[in-house]
Ligand binder design. Sequence first.
Ligand code: APR
Length: 234
Amino acid sequence: MISKDTNVVILTGAGISAESGIRTFRDSNGLWENHRIEEVATPEGWRANPQLVWNFYQQRRRQLLEVEPNQGHEALVRLENYLENFLLVTQNVDDLHERAGSKNLIHMHGELAKLRCESCHHVETLMDEEHLKETFLSCSEGEGRLRPHIVWFNEMPMGMAEIEKALSECDVFIAIGTSGHVYPAANFLHTAKRRGAHTIGINLEPPENVHFFDEFFQGKAGEILPLLVEKWTR
Ligand code: APR
C-alpha cells in the first residue's frame, strides 16, 4: 500500500511521547500536570498570572532534558527516510521528533525549546541552564519580555498553509496518539478523506473520530509503529 513515491502526511499527538514519560493531556480530568488548561494554556492565563505560567513552562522545558525519543519516534524517521514525499505535523511541543532525526516537521502548536519576544516577536532557542530558571528572560534584540513559543487556546496554529497544501496532495494520512478533540488538527482526517487519501489511525484508546479511519490499530505507538514501518518499507 505504501511505496517510495506515496505521498504521506502524519499527524502526531501527545500519545507518541507518552512512552518517553511525557504525560498526555486528557488522561487526568482536564488537568495538565495539576493545572487547569485555561490557567496555563491561554493568553488570558498569561495576562492574569504570568509568573505561574512562566514557572509551569519552565518545568515542562526542564523535563525535556530528562526524556528521550522512543521507538515510535524512531520508526517515523525510518519511514521519512524511505519516502520521497513526507510531512510530519505534530501537536506536541516537545522536541523528541527532531531529536530522533525527523526533518520535514511542523510543530503546529509551537515548541517548548523556543521563546518569543512579546514586543518584537523575535524567536530564540534557549535551553541552557540559565534559561530554565523562574526569573523572566528578556529578548536579545531589545527590551521585551520573552514568553513561551507555544500556541495557546484562542491563538492561531503555526504552519497551517503548508499543512493544508500537504493534506490536499496526500495519498495516505496517518494520525498517531491524538484524541481528536482539538481543532483544527482534528479536521485533518476529514480534509485528507475529501482528497481521497487512505486514512490510518494508531492510538491506545479509540479516539473521538475512530469511525472515520479506513484502518485503525489500537495499542501503543512505540510497539505498533515499528512493525507497520517495517512492513511498509520492506
Ligand atoms: N500510544 C498511542 N496512543 C497513546 C499512547 C501510546 N503509548 N498513550 C496515550 N495515547 C493516546 C490516548 O489514548 C489519547 O487518545 O494518545 C491520545 C492523547 O490525547 P490528548 O492527551 O488529548 O493529546 P492530543 O490529542 O495531542 O491533544 C491535542 O490539546 O491540550 C491541547 O495543545 C494541546 O497539542 C495538544 C492538543
